[in-house]
Design a protein around this ligand. Structure first.
Ligand SMILES: [Zn+2]
Length: 641
């Protein structure tokens, strides 16, 4: 089998239960939702990001270093990373649609090369105006984080466009910076770590691209040095940047969410390349910790705005959810690494949940406006004037980490859908497209997640037995499988239905994943949503949005609305509406809500008399119409009301 492709490609020696598909072996088509998102990214988001880098001064910051721009530094001190992430996205896109590198890639590659110091250093904030502080404030500086994103762009360049001159230029720039890091901080060098992880995954991937072991050794060293107090106390204490305890010893995710999940993604990379089972187990243990008490229903993580942190266990307020887009992306990348390492379906389940909820909600339907934080509730009267929690998506942010992070994920989305081996294909995410492994090609046709049916047709057959493995999501209680029209009675094993046979072109497999609407309740310790229910269908979490209220309820205060769980929720198809499938629930307004803020406990109020059937829409589609209140967790009418 030819070499695997994508942002994460473990070496042949790595601990890996699954292998990413080779270049050109996975395609998403735009008639499916994931392919539609990928095309939207290519045509709208990527261009938007490139223009924003010009408009907001990120490229000008680098031109200050080369002497081609005379003006102040603008934006966050790690603004270079937005350039690197957009570049990475453009390079994955170049791999998807080979051709000449676009002007953004060639011009940016030349700019980075020109801006780089002779010793390999490249960070426009420190190079022009803050030279004296270079390498002196690693807890704060993001210098290695910035290097990490440059390296990730180089990984995309090497894997997607190796023959392109601009791609080679980017790889050269990144390697010179990586070599400088090895020289300064490698074995025998300075004991230090970066306040914001990212360099760990990047260095492991650069090792995977180049085979140069010092990059892996440095990543291993950074993971090992963390948790020993090298970063000091700073404003939020060592837990903020996971420097309070070594990764191997930690039993709880903590601190700044993006830093934590990036660190743990890096820990998995280091563990699998070094055959370090203890470190891999630690990453799995911490994943359990996150998923059991510190993750929103949407897959989002982080309930603290102040320090962008995981809160306490079960501290998951929907209206104050921070749930940064980058945290969801980082969590997706962490889960992908754990899936590759272990083959456990639960990690693919989580990727799916993140994709259709926590991640998808961040982007407007047009692809050029984004959420940074992703609350599960927007209240009536919310002050959305601040960037921290706007009422609608914004086109850019003063800290614009999220939009280009979305762009690079979406540009490489096809590489996450399936894995393969010489004797089979494992499908993890269902989307219209084609996938090839071991000489066999399968065409997938589906309107998932709106439709329950996934049809797979063999277009090129392998010689001899070949196994098709299809994930059965944990939310699905009834999966039916047929081959060429005949029902196959096979139960899912460890989350996958496996079909082994000698296939012929034209063979057709049909998987039906029953998607009845589900009413979900949270663990009782999640005080913030006690007494409420959420709606879901398949992998999609739904929400109630003000725009969908009928006239009879439109005058009510949105927070007074309750869902009557005794009336069945129905899925309704509406191809012309905002969503192909909405969930219709019986909603009524609570009477007696007006009155004192605090009152006798005996006064429980009564259900209102006006009830109406209201369509709930997929959470990820909220805030695409006029600004107004929204909620995922809906108070339930108490029994007897
Ligand atoms: Zn972000």
């Amino acid at each position: 089998m030819t070499a695997s492709y994508g942002p994460v490609v473990p070496t042949d020696h790595a601990l890996a239960a699954l292998r990413p598909l080779p270049a050109g072996a996975a395609h998403l088509t735009p008639d499916g939702l994931l392919g539609e998102w990928q095309d939207r990214n290519a045509t709208a988001t990527l261009r938007h990001c490139a223009e924003a880098l010009e408009e907001h001064g990120n490229l000008a910051n680098l031109r200050r270093v080369t002497g081609d721009h005379d003006g102040p530094f603008t934006g966050m001190w790690f603004a270079d990373t937005d350039v690197h992430k957009t570049l990475e996205a453009a390079l994955w896109e170049l791999g998807r649609s080979p051709g000449r590198a676009p002007a953004f890639v060639t011009e940016t590659a030349a700019l980075l090369e020109k801006a780089q110091d002779p010793d390999g250093y490249l960070d426009s904030f420190y190079q022009a105006g803050h030279r004296e502080r270079q390498w002196t404030e690693l807890h704060y500086s993001h210098e290695m984080y910035t290097a990490g994103h440059l390296i990730q762009a180089a990984v995309a360049a090497a894997r997607s466009a190796a023959g392109d001159a601009a791609a080679q230029q980017i790889v050269g720039v990144a390697r010179r910076f990586a070599d400088l890091l090895v020289q300064r901080y490698g074995t025998g060098g300075i004991d230090a770590v970066c306040g914001h992880p990212e360099i760990e995954t990047a260095l492991v991937e650069l090792y995977r691209v180049t085979g140069h072991r010092p990059y892996l050794a440095l990543a291993t060293r950074f993971v090992g040095l963390r948790g020993h107090g090298l970063l000091g106390d700073d404003r939020f204490g060592p837990r903020y940047f996971q420097d309070h305890m070594p990764v191997q010893d930690a039993d709880e995710v903590t601190g700044h969410v993006v830093r934590q999940v990036y660190l743990l993604a890096g820990a998995v990379d280091v563990a699998v390349e070094n055959g370090d089972q203890d470190l891999l187990r630690a990453a799995e243990r911490l994943w359990e910790s996150a998923l059991s008490s510190k993750t929103y229903l949407t897959g989002g993580q982080g309930s603290r705005h102040r320090d962008e942190a995981f809160g306490d266990p079960y501290e998951l307020p929907p209206d104050r959810a921070y749930a940064e887009t980058c945290a969801a992306i980082g969590s997706f990348q962490w889960a992908w690494r754990l899936l590759l390492a272990t083959g456990r379906a639960r990690y693919a389940d989580e990727m799916e949940r993140l994709l259709y909820n926590g991640i998808a909600a961040s982007t407007a339907t047009g692809g050029t406006a984004f959420f940074y934080s992703n609350p599960l509730q927007l209240r009536t009267g919310h002050d959305g004037s601040g960037e921290d929690a706007p009422s609608q998506r914004l086109s850019w942010y003063s800290c614009a980490c999220c939009p280009p992070n979305l762009a690079r994920l979406m540009a490489s989305l096809h590489t996450y859908a399936a894995t393969g081996s010489p004797t089979g294909l494992q499908v993890h995410l269902y989307a219209a497209g084609t996938f090839t492994a071991g000489g066999q090609t399968v065409r997938v046709e589906t309107a998932y997640p709106w439709n329950e049916t996934v049809s797979l047709t063999v277009t090129d057959a392998a010689e001899g037995p070949w196994t098709l493995a299809l994930r059965v999501p944990a939310w699905c209680a009834d999966a039916r499988l047929s081959v060429n029209g005949s029902l196959v009675r096979a139960g899912a094993q460890e989350g996958y239905l496996r079909l082994t046979r000698t296939w012929r072109p034209g063979d057709r497999v049909e998987l039906v994943l029953a998607m009845p609407p589900r009413l979900i309740t949270a663990h009782p310790r999640v005080d913030a949503v006690r007494g409420t229910v959420a709606l879901a269908r398949g992998p999609v979490v739904y929400c109630l949005e003000h725009a969908d209220l009928p006239a009879t309820l439109a005058g009510e205060v949105f927070e007074d609305l309750e869902l009557d769980p005794s009336v069945p929720v129905t899925a309704v198809r509406d191809e012309a509406g905002i969503a192909p499938v909405t969930l219709h629930a019986s909603i009524r307004a609570r009477a007696g809500a007006a009155g004192a803020l605090y009152r006798s406990a005996a006064d429980v109020g009564t259900a209102g008399t006006v009830a109406a059937t209201v369509p709930a829409i997929p959470y990820f589609l909220w805030a695409n119409r006029a600004a107004g209140p929204m909620r995922v967790w809906i108070p339930r009418t108490p029994p007897g009301n």
